[in-house]
Ligand binder design. Structure first.
Ligand code: FMN
Length: 378
């Protein structure tokens, strides 16, 4: 059986971690992965504090195994300096909202009112009057829930969890940080995280300028054995897990491969778009959150690229794009917004239960490692 240091640190059977994917990694998906012997991680980036508490409690009802919570802590937003010195993003907002309205009209999609928007984005009614999503106050309110609920594992998907480390550690929470550069890896290790996730350019969602194959060994070297490294980005099957282990990682953080599952919190048309997509089916764009993110090729990102318009910084671009993504979801238009996904897209053949995906990945990794072990060296 494949067993690494990560299994002991996280209290899991297989060194397979479900990536925290905003809205997609739901309590049902996280619990299914934990119950199958991996670590389920909630994609809580967009959850307001009330929804986050509900998700944590729902996960606890679905599994008695360990699980994690992933949120974002981007330094640019936490410094409240996203637009410091430059043109005011707040002032630019109406112009971008007009761009979104014109785009919706050109696609024949209606604008949603606030209630319909919340419904599409699955927002908890009690969070409607809370802090603006993806703002500094929003991130801080999420962390209070993470600490109050004493979750077993916390993952910072962006940024440095340093300011919260003391309280997380006092709770016995194992802390992961997702990084895309060796510089960022060194920072989070100095802050005392337990595990570093090295996520390369191949991955879905916010990602690194550096490809996974080159990033993993460089992060492994940068952390100098002080903490284990988990590889991420484009790992779509057992061969990818085996390759990450060869590069010095001790586990894999996997997103896209778990998107085409019965339990994933994305729509039917989005799942079908994943099955239909191929290796060239993704693009990187700032048009959704304001930070570069890999996503299924879509008409909204293409419209920004064609217009040559610079998206706003986080959190402002999310205010603009949520109108479009919600309208596209309501209409079942995965061509307008298919969701984030990584370059492993072409490995997805069907929508299956998450437990089947875990099992296939583990069996594939063991096969690949046995094959490598059978080669003659020297
Ligand atoms: C649909 C989707 C949503 C994502 N949302 C988040 C997020 O909210 N927080 C985060 O840390 N990473 C997010 N990511 C990145 C993943 O955590 C992970 O690093 C990535 O999926 C790994 O690459 P792979 O998709 O090729 O497996 C997201 C990825 C996808 C595909």
């Amino acid at each position: 059986m494949l067993h690494t240091r990560i299994c002991d640190i996280l209290g899991i059977r297989h060194p397979i971690l479900l990536a925290g994917m905003g809205r997609a990694s739901t309590p049902e998906l996280a619990a299914a992965v934990s119950n199958a012997g991996g670590l389920g991680v909630l994609g809580a980036a967009a959850c307001g504090p009330n929804q986050l508490r509900e998700w944590i409690r729902r996960t606890r009802a679905l599994t008695d195994r360990s699980f994690g919570v992933d949120t974002l802590l981007p330094a640019s937003v936490r410094r409240a300096g996203a637009n410091a010195g430059g043109p005011s993003a707040e002032e630019m907002l109406p112009q971008h909202r007009r761009f979104a309205r014109d785009f919706l009209a050109s696609e024949g999609l209606p604008e949603l009112d606030a209630a319909a928007l919340d419904e599409q984005l699955n927002r908890h009614p009690a969070d409607r009057d809370g802090p603006r999503p993806l703002s500094r106050e929003f991130f801080e309110a999420q962390m209070e829930v993470v600490i109050d609920e004493r979750v077993p594992v916390y993952a910072a998907g962006l940024g440095n969890p340093g300011p919260w480390m003391e309280r997380l550690k006092a709770n016995g929470t194992v802390v992961l940080a997702v990084v895309g550069t060796t510089r960022h890896a060194a920072q989070v290790v100095r802050s005392g995280v337990d595990v570093v996730v090295a996520q390369g350019h191949d991955g879905g969602g916010h990602n690194s300028p550096v490809g996974t194959m080159a990033l993993i060994p460089q992060v492994v070297d940068a952390v100098e054995g002080r903490v284990p490294v988990v590889g991420a980005g484009g790992i779509g099957d057992g061969r990818g897990v085996a390759a990450a282990l060869m590069l010095g990682a001790e586990g894999a953080w996997i997103g896209t491969a778990f998107l085409a599952t019965d339990e994933a919190g994305i729509s039917g048309p989005q799942k079908q778009a994943l099955v239909d997509g191929g290796d060239e089916g993704t693009t990187v764009s700032r048009s959704v959150t304001g930070k570069p993110a890999r996503m299924v090729k879509n008409r909204w990102a293409a419209a920004y690229a064609e217009a040559g318009v610079e998206p706003l910084p986080m959190p402002y671009q999310g205010i603009v794009s949520s109108q479009v993504t919600a309208a596209a979801l309501a209409a079942g238009r995965a061509d307008v917004w298919g969701g984030f996904a990584g370059q492993g897209l072409g490995m997805i053949r069907a929508v299956r239960p998450a437990a089947a995906v875990v099992q296939e990945i583990i069996e594939g990794a063991e096969r690949a490692l046995r094959r490598a072990g059978s080669w003659q060296v020297g």
